[in-house]
Design a protein around this ligand. Structure first.
Ligand code: ADP
Length: 487
């Protein structure tokens, strides 16, 4: 359970906060202790020096016979311990317990230094902040420029220790409180930051399990998490859209294929019911060929769309004389249009050149023209025009047919979309794939396709394709040659 907690981000963050805080507190405590103890030493040492200086100077001015009395007089008013050692090692005076005995080697060493160097030396009986500790000065006493004795003055540090104790206590309590607060704050902050992650996990699981309509609702204040929530919501929405499109596509595709297959099966069953003449068989087979043609068209169109979806729509990119291509496509339709008394009026600018796949562009134009023809009333006209506008060419196919309702125009380029009821079409009519294919082809040429139509007022289909400027290509070739020469 404990190891589990520290495996979570929350637990780790809290642990990190606590360790960091503990480290900082210990470091600060150590620094404070060193600075304060140095300061205390200095103050105690200064006081000891002052007292030792004044006592030593009064001893130096007094005959050694009176030292004992002088010392006991001083000791009566002095709070610490006093000891006086002569140069030959004799103890001349001591107030209570021997300082040398208490301090051991350190005080003896200080005493030795004071005798040898003639300067005051300091020592402590134990660590400075210990209750029983005494800070000691060994101060040399001169007579006729000779050191004749050394004065030991001891100052207890027990009062300082009580101050330090109080400091330890307050510091410890404050430290513990601040560590607890940091741990709590770290845990809370991590929990708050991670709340959306829990929601993300939950929703992502639901989406993965097939509930594609689920969305994240958390309003994270953290910019990064907020961004993640938005990106994921967009991803879920895209997933749902493409999944629904797939579903619709599969349903429509199977429906479209089922209908001609059912017809085919019915025709064969009827044909087999009783023997027929050769002429009858030929007629039935011709009918069936028509149905098979339709199935083949649908399958081919689906294949084209599937390739386009997978980014495999193969375009042979060559310069295409669009003016010529449009003229030819128009000419090819003249006889058919004429059979229904539909006129074709062409207004195509000369020398329009694009970069692209002539076969696919031709297929697009054929689709648009045959759609226009399908909807054109008798004795009406279809207009085919192409004009250069800036860096593009705008092609327009306009008819005087029934037009397309505004609410249907948005879905016109979707697969299997048919403005009239799709399920009650005559055999041989389109499956609603033509415009979807046109859009794919135009998109692959980095162009646009759109419609303008009002019900009862005919329809105009526009295609914009980027123009290919021969001089631009020429300039590019020249600059390529120049670059190659430079290299
Ligand atoms: P289809 O092969 O069935 O014609 P399309 O994708 O070419 O499929 O067209 C989709 C639908 O758009 C058609 O069913 C038709 O109702 C509508 N449509 C296309 N062109 C025109 C037009 N020129 N006038 C009116 N409706 C049109």
């Amino acid at each position: 359970m404990r190891s589990n907690m520290f495996r979570t981000f929350r637990g780790r963050l809290a642990l990190m906060y606590v360790s960091l805080e503990l480290g900082i507190l210990l470091f600060a405590g150590l620094l404070l202790y060193t600075a304060l103890s140095n300061r205390v030493y200095n103050e105690v040492d200064e006081e000891l020096t002052n007292q030792a200086t004044s006592l030593a100077s009064s001893l130096e001015d007094t005959s050694s016979y009176f030292w004992s009395a002088h010392m006991s007089n001083f000791a009566d008013h002095y709070a610490g311990a006093i000891q006086l050692i002569s140069a030959n090692g004799l103890e001349l005076f001591r107030s209570d317990r021997s300082l040398i005995d208490r301090g051991g080697n350190d005080i003896s060493r200080a005493l030795g230094i004071s005798f040898r160097s003639g300067r005051p030396a300091f020592a402590s009986t134990e660590s400075l902040l210990n209750k029983a500790n005494v800070r000691v000065i060994a101060f040399p006493i001169y007579r006729d420029n000779r050191i004749i004795a050394s004065l030991l003055l001891g100052h207890s540090t027990s009062d300082i220790r009580s101050v330090f104790n109080l400091m330890y206590l307050i510091g410890g309590i404050l430290g513990a409180i601040s560590i607890l607060i940091s741990a709590g704050a770290g845990y809370y902050m991590a929990k708050r930051a991670l709340d959306p992650i829990q929601e993300i996990t939950r929703i992502a699981r639901a989406v993965a399990a097939g509930d594609l309509s689920r969305r994240l609702t958390s309003r994270a204040q953290e910019k990064e998490i907020g961004l993640l929530v938005r990106v994921l919501n967009k991803m879920f929405a895209d997933l749902e859209t493409s999944f629904m499109a797939q579903k619709r596509f599969t349903a429509d595709a199977s429906h479209e294929l089922r209908l001609p297959l059912t017809i085919l099966k019915g025709e064969i069953e009827v044909a087999l019911r009783h023997p027929r003449s050769e002429g009858e068989y030929q007629q039935i087979l011709r009918q069936q060929l028509g149905t098979i043609d339709r199935i083949q068209r649908i399958v081919n169109d689906l294949l084209t769309l599937a390739r386009a979806d997978a980014g495999q729509l193969e375009l042979v990119q060559t310069p295409v004389d669009l003016s010529l291509l449009l003229q030819e496509v128009g000419q090819q339709h003249l006889i058919l249009f004429d059979s229904q008394h539909v006129a074709l009026e062409m207004d195509i600018e000369d020398d329009l050149e694009i970069m692209g796949d002539a076969t696919q562009i031709e297929r697009t134009m054929m689709n648009l023209l045959s759609n226009a023809f399908k909807h054109a009333p008798e004795h009406s006209a279809i207009y085919l025009s192409a004009t250069a506008v800036k860096e593009s060419v705008i092609i327009c196919v306009r008819d005087e047919g029934p037009g397309i309702a505004e609410e249907q125009q948005g879905a016109l380029f979707d697969r299997f979309f048919r403005a009239d009821d799709a399920r009650c079409r005559k055999d041989g009519e389109g499956a609603g794939l033509g415009l979807a294919i046109c859009k794919r082809i135009v998109d692959a040429h980095e162009g646009d396709i759109w419609v303008q139509s009002k019900q009862g007022e005919g329809s105009s289909f526009f295609v914009r394709l980027p123009l290919h400027r021969a001089e631009t290509a020429h300039q590019q070739r020249v600059s390529d040659v120049m670059d190659a020469a430079k290299a």
